[in-house]
Ligand binder design. Structure first.
Ligand SMILES: NC(=O)C1=CN([C@@H]2O[C@H](COP(=O)(O)OP(=O)(O)OC[C@H]3O[C@@H](n4cnc5c(N)ncnc54)[C@H](OP(=O)(O)O)[C@@H]3O)[C@@H](O)[C@H]2O)[C@@H](O)CC1
Ligand SMILES: Nc1ncnc2c1ncn2[C@@H]1O[C@H](COP(=O)(O)OP(=O)(O)O)[C@@H](O)[C@H]1O
Ligand SMILES: [K+]
Length: 517
């Protein structure tokens, strides 16, 4: 499934109408019909009272169809036009005329806002068909008042947005002054990019993309490049296959490099995640002063205790580890490593001793690479970076705000420029490839916002690489399983109580349920 912005939706609609010959009024009729099906399926009570709020563009046009079709199903429905009738044009005007010709119930906000308020109070369900993807400026009077009034009922009445919550920018998810806070959004053809960026996740609620007879194959016919949405099916096709006759050699040997006196748990979580997600072997290369604690809590791992000074790796460690590096099928470096003096030179030397295995760079290793990214570009194997927004900002010498407001652009830029596979973590993680492909993970939970959670993810990525997944496959499947594990564990253990080991267990539960399906 793809994720579409305003321009892409226009291209798809236009092609369907002009080249395929399916008129816009038919698409609008289909759109209205699909939304009505969803309204009927999610009605909070018997005989709900529905208020449809229609704007002056095509989103309002959908609203006229929805109100008419609800009326024909004997639903108590009222339509309120927020715009003025003489501004209506095209397909929306056709459906407005049909509505008026049928003599169906309507009122005009501009004529009498009191009537509107009384309808708002009486309704069980509010249908937001004020603005769709066509919004092109900040929302002002009277639309902002209406949206504020609708939002006062958030959590009290069922609010369903048509295509996108009115006021939300479909490309970047920014609120254009004010935006509807929907419980549900019924969107057409593809989910909109803005659902997953900036304010989007706080406004869309539960979303569903419905078919309105715009063929999805147009994307390929027109060669339109859009971000991919990570779905269970995509993940099923991405998780490395496990031959029944395989042995620990088949499933790869992951080297985890990290840890320091202050951060003992981080590399341990990574190594545990490596093994719980299927790798044959995991070796933990850690400073020798934390060896006994780490070994005590992870008997399943192999160990490579390395020389250290003041609780972190030192130059001797490189000499000790370098003859061994050839035996590993993937490397995860960074968890708990600390930002130690001389760390930049240490990590440069480390990468020069590798033989092209895929390498996952996370946490402090990202920091240590930030001023020497050319080394990454020149590395002869695949490099995967998994920064959180703070680490991403550090890599680009910019602010977290800049990163968060431009997640897609930032991820695309960095992946292309440094030829890395990038997983930009956060509420809705983004994966960007050196070739410019994008993936958005629509899952995840605030339960994952706890130290150690990212270390687990790093381990799963490295594990899948070791089992033969491509960098994109490893990132897509690890990010999905991690996010779904967070959602699932939060249901059992609360938003507050999920620990890194629970996430590891949750990932294993996800793998069990995928194997069964
Ligand atoms: N095309 C198709 O085949 C299909 C399209 N479909 C539907 O169409 C929707 C897109 O429709 P759309 O392009 O007409 O835009 P829409 O979101 O209704 O708003 C534009 C209107 O709002 C106005 N306006 C904009 N910003 C404003 C602001 N800040 N404050 C105030 N006014 C503002 C703008 O006015 P203007 O700029 O012209 O003055 C214009 O009147 C899409 O989301 C889907 O629901 C479906 O039916 C399926 C078939
Ligand atoms: N509110 C949230 N919603 C979804 N995912 C989240 C949320 N908060 C954190 N996460 C996820 O949790 C992980 C945290 O990683 P990171 O910050 O590197 O943690 P650490 O390095 O402490 O282990 C990331 O995968 C991130 O996407
Ligand atoms: K809307």
């Amino acid at each position: 499934m793809f994720v579409a912005g305003q321009k892409e939706m226009q291209q798809l609609d236009q092609y369907t109408i002009e080249k395929i010959g399916l008129p816009g009024i038919v698409l609008m009729e289909n759109a209205g019909e699909r939304v009505v099906e969803e309204i009927m399926a999610s009605a909070p009570c018997h005989n709900p009272v529905v208020l449809v709020l229609a704007g002056g563009g095509n989103n309002g046009g959908d609203g006229f169809v929805i109100a008419r079709r609800l009326f024909d199903l004997d639903v108590q429905v009222h339509l309120c036009l927020i715009s003025t009738p003489n501004r209506l044009k095209g397909d929306a005007k056709v459906h407005y005329d049909v509505y008026i010709n049928r003599g169906l119930p309507i009122s005009f906000y501009q004529d009498n806002s009191n009537i509107f308020m009384s309808h708002l109070q009486q309704a069980d369900i509010l249908i937001d068909a004020i603005f769709g993807t066509g919004i092109n400026r900040l929302i002002r009077e009277p639309y902002d008042q209406v949206i504020h009034m609708v939002n006062e009922y958030a959590g009290k009445k069922l609010i369903i947005s048509v295509d996108i919550p009115s006021g939300l920018n479909s490309d970047n998810g920014k609120v254009q002054g004010v935006a509807v806070k929907a419980d549900k959004t019924i969107t057409f053809v593809f989910p909109k990019t803005g659902f997953f960026l900036n304010d989007g996740p706080m406004h869309v609620g539960e979303w569903k993309a419905v078919d309105i007879s715009v063929p999805k194959s147009i994307v390929h016919d027109l060669g339109i490049k859009m971000p991919n949405l990570i779905t269970e099916n995509l993940v099923k096709a991405s998780i490395p296959l496990r031959p029944h006759h395989g042995h620990k050699g088949t499933f790869g040997h992951v080297l985890v490099v990290g840890g320091s006196r202050s951060f003992v748990g981080a590399p341990v979580f990574t190594a545990k995640a490596v093994l719980h997600s299927g790798a044959g072997l995991a070796t933990l290369a850690i400073p020798e002063n934390i060896y006994s604690i780490a070994a005590n809590i992870s008997p399943e791992a192999l160990f490579l205790p390395l020389s250290e000074t003041d609780g972190h790796f030192d130059a001797r460690a490189i000499l000790e580890i370098s003859p061994r590096l050839g035996q590993f099928t993937s490397i995860a470096i960074g968890p708990g490593m600390s930002r130690f003096p001389g760390g930049e030179a240490w990590i440069e030397s480390f990468i020069q001793h590798l033989n092209g295995q895929p390498i996952v760079v996370d946490a402090d290793a990202l920091y240590l690479f930030r001023n020497q990214l050319e080394i990454i570009r020149e590395y002869q194997g695949d490099v995967l970076f998994s920064p959180h927004p703070g680490e991403m900002a550090n890599l680009l010498h910019t602010s977290i705000k800049e990163v968060e407001e431009n997640r897609l652009e930032v991820a695309t830029f960095f992946a292309k420029k440094y030829e890395v596979y990038l997983l930009l973590k956060g509420h809705r993680p983004i994966i960007a490839t050196p070739a410019g492909n994008l993936y958005i993970n629509p899952f995840g939970h605030d339960a994952l916002g706890k130290g150690g959670s990212g270390d687990v993810l790093t381990g799963v990525i490295a594990s899948f690489l070791s089992q033969g997944a491509s960098p994109t496959e490893a990132l897509v499947s690890a990010s999905y399983l991690h996010a779904k594990a967070g959602e699932d564990k939060a249901r059992m253990l609360s938003h507050y109580g999920v620990m890194p080991m629970d996430i590891i267990e949750g990932i294993r539960d996800q793998l069990v349920s995928m194997e069964r399906k």
